[in-house]
Write a protein of this length. Sequence first.
Length: 215
Amino acid sequence: MPTFNPEAIKRESEAIILEAGGQICDWLPLLDADAKPRDLNAVVRRGLILNAMLQIPFKAPVPFIKDWIINNGLAIDLSESEREVLEKNNSELSEQELANLFWYIEALWALVWAGSLIDALPFDEGVQNSLASFCPDLQRREDGSRFAKSMRLRSHEELFRMLDLYYRLHWWTRNAQLTGQDTGEVRLDIIMERRKALEWIMDANCDWDSVELST
């Protein structure tokens, strides 16, 4: 059972958001602290898939990415939407599919934080150039072993705290979008993609294609 206090973490998240000039929703529910998070192996495998699929909007041939995923034993972990992408040629992919894959970069950055490869996940900063150095270089046909050996999953409390913050940031940025307010460097699209990755980690029963992102 968790030893941390979700109510206290909620208040800490709200204080961080207010200090950044954001808004909070006091009645936004507490997150479930008893949800079972995924293990390190699952996080590593999802990270490897995200990194591979991310190469497609940067013009990597779909058959090459599919072969890399299969050869690294990751095909079983693909989501349904990812399987559909890998059955197409690059010219057959829609703009929406390419956009969805491009945003994998933010989810991957959150997984890299969860795996302790970076020290922080600032919500007002985008992905740093260092991301590529952590991940396999598919052009050089590097496998996922170095990435796997480098990852160390953060504690349940650390993961919960970050998810709680991004959950409440999601409410702020979504509400600001609906009401025409400016959130500066804190962008809804970045917050949403990182929250998706954190939600996926913290709930071993959810599917990548249907992660709950309500606010």
